[in-house]
Design a protein around this ligand. Sequence first.
Ligand SMILES: C[S@@+](CC[C@H](N)C(=O)[O-])C[C@H]1O[C@@H](n2cnc3c(N)ncnc32)[C@H](O)[C@@H]1O
Length: 189
Amino acid sequence: MIRLTEYVHQRLAQVIPRGAYVFDLTAGNGHDTLFLAEWVGPTGYVWAFDIQAQAIEKTRTRLVEQGYRHVELFQADHSLLDQYVPVDWKGKISAVVMNLGFLPNSDRVIITRAETTQIALEKASEYLAPRGVLSVTAYRGHAGALEEYEVVQDWFESKNTEWQIEKIISDEGHAQSPVLWWAEKRAGS
Ligand SMILES: C[S@@+](CC[C@H](N)C(=O)[O-])C[C@H]1O[C@@H](n2cnc3c(N)ncnc32)[C@H](O)[C@@H]1O
């Protein structure tokens, strides 16, 4: 079994340079945002989104504890990210991280949804630099998850020529185990 959260951090550390500009489209409890802020360092920058105030506050607390100021947090739907990140950043982002589903230890009422996830993927990919990485972790166990998983799967299949895509399943023996798509935008795309 692969623990995808840690695996994603290891892979990101291999490809993102210090000083890079990155997006976290689902800040949640702030683990990924904190990792990204640590990794890119103060010469880099992180834009992080979450639709829930609770998630943004948790993430903010983690960042403040470390004294990180090179992160901008938005309580907003990630499908509207282009309203928050100026157009000048298009083509300059090294990595986009999306960990779908619900806020752990919450009531699971607010979850990422197929329709807005697909829009966010489309918009975020416009900001990625050539050879930039898009990391999407999806779940298949909760209500609404399978529909979203299938939409993400179809979206990546439609990008097959523009992206180099790896699909990693956390536990091959369990049909509902989490899935990661790790995709690198081909140069010239
Ligand atoms: C699995 S959690 C993210 C975990 C997080 N990356 C971490 O390191 O703790 C998924 C998050 O997506 C958020 N979310 C759901 N729909 C969203 C949307 N449309 N836009 C932005 N965030 C959304 C939820 O509020 C939840 O906090």
